[in-house]
Design a protein around this ligand. Sequence first.
Ligand code: GLY
Length: 388
Amino acid sequence: MSRTRTSDVLVIGGGIIGLVTAWRAAQRGFTTAVVDPEPGGGAAQVAAGMLAAVTELHYGEQTLLGLNLASARRYPDFAAELTDLTGHDLGYRRCGTLAVALDSDDRAHLRELHALQRRSGLDSEWLSGRECRRLEPMLAPGVRGGLRVDGDHQIDPRRLAGALVAACERAGVVFHRTWAERFDVVRDRAAGVTTANGTELGAGQVVLAAGSLSGRLTGVPDHVLPPVRPVKGQVLRLTVPKRYAPFLSRTVRAVVRGSQVYLVPRESGELVVGATSEELGWDTTVTAGGVYELLRDAHELVPGITELPLTETRAGLRPGSPDNAPLLGPTELDGLLLATGHYRNGVLLTPVTGDAMAHALTTGELPDEARPFTPKRFSAAALTEQPA
Ligand code: GLY
């Protein structure tokens, strides 16, 4: 059986990761197609858009930190290029982030984070509670101290997704607005997909970039099926009336009773409050409990939020991976590449993912900075290798 090639590159999934891959591939001269019923949809429609390489640093994720920082450094040029090309304003805001502590346990936790940031050579300044409130007067009087990280910025992921769709269209990317029903392998090589309406799409190289759905596409051989799972996040959107502005001038976040809460103020007056983190499979129900906990924790941080109109509640699915890092580049199946598993960092990692995937599609190799994120780290052979 052979398959007619409809493009050089076929990207399965039109979220921001699939779109940036398609856009960069088209810029390199590949004829490129994306299969997705709703390009620009997916987790980016829910995400807050924090570019938080420093404040979201976690123990054991130092390798990922390198990639996160590389992508953060690329953001100004990446955003300017997309805006120049499409005329879309991405809401890229170099506003900085303040991570605060509400009690002595939080304070100890933040002190630890600060020490880890300093050991990792990152810019982060410890502030007293009074200094935090001087920066952000809406903070609760009980704030016990915090970390000021001016380098952690934000972007509006919905605008980013819209701009990437426009950039793809301009670059000649073809959109197949349907589901990829089955992934097809011909003679031990990725051949393309069969869509929900029975159309066969063939390509020389296929990129699986379907976010949390990447781990369950029918037809992907088990040994290359990415170990990606959905991790639910509920997110709220409030509106700051003009008479209250500026309500917050930067992203404010905290860990309250062990849960992350963050408030991301946009120039438009939108205030995004996130996010739960729930291992509940494919469930995307917005629950009373999720909304209650987010509002309760956000209210402890910034009591004035209860005055604001609540304009939207939504849940999305992060594509979690076993080590919280993405899976990028060629797999052990010829012609199949992955760009998935970005977990909490999809928006942040968009620029570097586009560059790494374009490099991999062109050369067959990942660039040095992305090599640790090869999907082959989860192959049976790699997982049974004993450390020396
Ligand atoms: N990076 C924020 C989140 O995943 O909730």
